[in-house]
Ligand binder design. Sequence first.
Ligand code: COA
Length: 191
Amino acid sequence: MSIREIPAGAREPYVPLLLVGDEQEERVFSYLDRGRLFILEEDGPGEDLMSQLAALDGADLDAILPEMLDEWPEEAMLDGAEEEDPLRAVALVTDEGDGVCEVQNLAVVPAHQGQGFGTELMETLMRRLSGVFRTMRLGTGENPAVLRFYASLGFRETGRIPDWFREQYDHPILENGVELRDRICLERSLP
Ligand SMILES: CC(C)(COP(=O)(O)OP(=O)(O)OC[C@H]1O[C@@H](n2cnc3c(N)ncnc32)[C@H](O)[C@@H]1OP(=O)(O)O)[C@@H](O)C(=O)NCCC(=O)NCCS
């Protein structure tokens, strides 16, 4: 698994996933090139063996190669086989001044939600950004599963903006069949 930053100007390929975290395209484009975009990718099949190979010298390689090829995952051998997209999650964080950063968007590829990628990305961001910012904040809707997710990461509610989703979006935002109305403001300090 690797987490890397994508520079401004190279972010368009991540817009479809950013739209999972924030449905309104104009909103996503309003912060796309502002702040820092982080992506989490999962290593492809064969990646572990590649890193083992890179660590060997010539003599070791002759001795060990036949055995390693036996273990090589079949998916990695198929020439021209369709490669799975390694992208699993994205997060966009802006600098709000005064030592405060804001997670404007966090989204995990729907088929891979609930597998720990959101937690992994947020924990890495908090580690990387501590020392740069004092406080991390974000706003989300009244979705109990999402609120539990952020509570488990140490966020606490600091306020609510009534009817924010109705005012900010040009269509009702539904999650699990329930319309989101208030924006729940969450924050935590960074160690
Ligand atoms: C919310 C989200 C970022 C969580 O990331 P994730 O990788 O799915 O979550 P993790 O596997 O790391 O953590 C799972 C926890 O998050 C909660 N959760 C929230 N939304 C979830 C979802 N759609 N699927 C599975 N778990 C979800 C679960 O309750 C779970 O808690 P538990 O372990 O106590 O049961 C991700 O599900 C997502 O992108 N959802 C759609 C977009 C969104 O709602 N973004 C946040 C808006 S602010």
